[in-house]
Design a protein around this ligand. Structure first.
Ligand SMILES: [Zn+2]
Length: 390
């Protein structure tokens, strides 16, 4: 495949406005690229909801080692389009700057394109692989990883021996990620005139009791994970009350926890739930409720063959051996981590910190190099017999 063809695949992906929706169009486009190889691949579309379809494409030999590539097909909203120099959905190429622009250029249509092109390249070359390569393209990563959740629940990841998620990160190989727990606590009170607060129940006062107790309890989680560091807790949104002479009958807060394996998510849920239950039990005027939103487990990999290989091969393509790194962000890996088998999961792919910003871009050189690098990793992980097609 020529470099121009590789660039145009990425442009075509960027042109599909899959802003938290419409991933089915991305899945259709990617499937169409595999049509010339229909006898060598299995294409499975796994619907999530109307217009939103996960895509699984499998090639190779079921007996050998199985390598997964995963990328999400959704992108975040472009924000104020007037702030963009380049149309966010045009896939503009600036050859002088050596960049391709657009929403998803970095996060992560370039990574998705790279994974797709690795497979297409092997098919085009007629490379006979000893194992299997499987693309797991997901919906809804940016808003809760529910595409990866469905694929994991349905067993699509159970056969893997390793998974590369091509999220934008090329300075190193991410092998561990903190988990994420978002939670919301609501407090319901009774309204009254502020001249007679004794007639009402102040929802803010009650919510503050939760706030203080949660802050104190979460701060006691002081164990340190060797690669991820400490668990963190931050209350990020708090609201309540309507006007200054009315006792507020409603207040709400939202908090965010970045978890480490030393404390299971279930343990954190029950700690926070217990605060709510205890406060409600102590005072009949207290009406607190808690809910957890899209919690994700931490990912930690011990020493493993995939990471070792990805590191060993890296100096051939980059100016250094890519170091092993960790991240405090959530991604589809937390869902795939819940597959039946504990295979290594690593994150490495083209892109940069322009993700989610205006004039998001990917450097063309980096995009093309990442394809060569990932192809090499895939070939060496699953093993190949090179046969020449006549
Ligand atoms: Zn992403």
């Amino acid at each position: 495949m020529t470099n121009n063809e590789k660039i145009s695949i990425l442009q075509n992906l960027i042109k599909i406005e899959s802003v938290n929706d419409h991933e089915a169009q991305v899945a259709d486009y990617i499937s169409s690229l595999f049509e010339p190889y229909a006898d060598q691949v299995e294409v499975q579309k796994v619907p999530f909801s109307k217009g939103r379809t996960n895509l699984v494409i499998t090639m190779g030999n079921p007996n050998g080692k199985h390598l997964g590539f995963s990328g999400h097909m959704d992108v975040v909203d472009p924000g104020n389009v007037d702030e963009w120099q380049h149309d966010p959905f045009s896939g503009d190429v600036d050859l002088n700057a050596g960049k391709i622009f657009g929403r998803g250029a970095s996060d992560m249509k370039s990574g998705l394109a790279a994974a797709v092109i690795v497979m297409l390249t092997l098919l085009e070359k007629g490379t006979e692989i000893e194992g299997q390569i499987k693309l797991l393209a997901t919906v809804g990563e940016e808003t809760g990883e529910y595409g990866a959740h469905v694929l994991t629940q349905d067993g699509y990841a159970d056969d893997l021996d390793g998974l590369i998620i091509t999220e934008p990160h090329m300075d190193g190989i991410i092998t561990s990620c903190k988990g994420v727990i978002d939670y919301q606590v609501t407090s319901t009170g009774v309204p009254a005139h502020s001249s007679r607060p004794d007639m009402g129940v102040n929802a803010i006062d009650n919510l503050i009791q939760f706030y203080l107790a949660a802050k104190k309890l979460m701060a006691q989680h002081t164990e340190v994970n060797a690669t991820l560091g400490q668990m963190t807790h931050s209350v990020d949104i708090i609201s309540g009350g309507k006007q200054v002479n009315s006792v507020p009958d409603y207040a709400m807060l939202k908090g965010n926890i970045r978890s480490i394996p030393e404390y299971s998510n279930e343990e954190i849920f029950s700690d926070l739930q217990k605060i709510v239950d205890d406060l409600n039990a102590q005072d009949t005027k207290m009406k607190l409720k808690i809910k957890f939103i899209y919690p994700e487990v931490p990912i930690v990999n011990g020493e493993n063959e995939l990471t070792k290989l990805a590191q060993e091969i890296s100096p051939k393509y980059f100016d250094k051996t890519l170091p092993v790194e960790s991240s405090s962000g959530a991604n589809d890996g937390s869902e795939f981590r819940q597959a039946e088998k504990q295979f290594p999961i690593i994150l490495v792919g083209p892109g940069n910190n322009s993700s989610h910003g205006y004039d998001e871009y990917v450097a063309i050189d980096q995009y093309l190099t990442s394809i060569d690098y990932l192809t090499d990793v895939a070939e060496q992980f699953v093993g190949v017999h090179v046969v020449t097609k006549i």
